[in-house]
Design a protein around this ligand. Sequence first.
Ligand code: SF4
Ligand code: ZN
Length: 473
Amino acid sequence: MSFEDLPVEVGVIYEGERVRKAQMYCEFGGPKVTEKFELCRAKKMDEIEDMKVIIEGPDISELEEGKSYPLGVIAEVAGEQIEEELEGVFERRLHEFNNYVQGWMHLNQRYDIWMRLSKDSFNKGLNTFQVVGTILMRLYKAELPIIEKIQMRFITDPDAIKPLYEEALQIYEARDARARALSDDDVEEFYGCVLCQSFAPSHCCVITPQRMALCGAISWFDARASARIDPKGPNFKIDKGEVLDAFKGEYIGANEALKEKSLGEVTRVFLHTMFEYPHTSCGCFEAIAFYIPEVDGIALAHRDFRGPTVNGLAFSTMATSVGGGLQTEGFLGLSIEYMRSPKFLQADGGWERIVWMPADVKERVKDGIPEELFDKIATDADTMSVDDLKAFLKEKQHPIAERWAEEEVEEAIEAAAEEAPMMPYPTSQPIQMSTMNIPLTGAGQDMITLTLKGVKIYAEKAIIKRTKGKKGK
Ligand code: SF4
Ligand code: ZN
């Protein structure tokens, strides 16, 4: 495959390249733009024209320097073995292929893409989607030979993009909904993905029906379809093997796969908790879960949440410190779809442990949150500090506040025990057995018989009372 006819270079060496603001010519998608998406669609052979680039709206050369623009990218593919099931994984490859282009940075996935073009590459001639599209199509055909025909669409026209964006959201939702009908217990195999190892070498996603990959772009069905057509590719089958802990989500097969793929760096993984051996986090996770020790609860934030979260740290700050393929107790990269899973952080208490999340994510996953908890979980509209959060949770009677009450009682008992330790009965004179008959005044022959066997008692005072009408035994 050659790219010599094109104005910029293409190769794996550009994969980690960042285009900073100062070097940027313009950007597409990203935080300043709502309408942005990338999609792959399976088409019939006669529906598309091979290697054609379609640009709907202004091309790069017609755009102003320094600005952010909406963008829709649609890769339409056809081939004898191409089916709709493959759309998700083919689409995910856009991240990798875009990043091979010199001076063209691609971040995130689906409805959340962010592309930046450098001034250097623009000046070299990367001033049209024709070039970007041609590169992507050549890479697709070289890497995935089952694609017999491919056509790329780039949409920048704000009026044209709007309905397509809405349609894309529905397509993502339909893909994810499919996996919702299955449970981890229904299947014999999970799937792995190592696509992110290029920048997170010890990272390997374990994808199960109830744990969508943390990038939010690959479900169990997507990974299965991909592993079937390309078993040597980035997705592969993991035999579940013996279940070591169904609640935490520990499986021998997943442990072994991780050990192999991380070259021994990671040996155990618990799929449904963020403590002990949490799943590794690469860098492209859709959302993060983070533990707040002051309230013993877990907060969530998604990539689009700008500025500091309730613990004072921004998503980007936390993401930088936990990414790279690490297992970090108390921090976990996850997909928004996983929040809907019935197994969502189940070993940590699931939704009963969630104390704070951005209002818009809360709205998005509303149907997955138990109704009685919905108003008890704080959002950025309610509180932005840990102190306020504590007051909020107490006032709303969040289940976590009960945990504090139990902990407070335990602490009080411990403190009292430390202050006034129990005096042990002197072991040199143990009571082995003692029986006493105590006559009751004014009750004829009635007696109380008190028998003590092998006990050690220390009491400052003993009060025995007769309840009227009842005889002691
Ligand atoms: Fe694959 Fe996981 Fe990276 Fe998604 S986050 S591309 S599933 S390795
Ligand atoms: Zn990743």
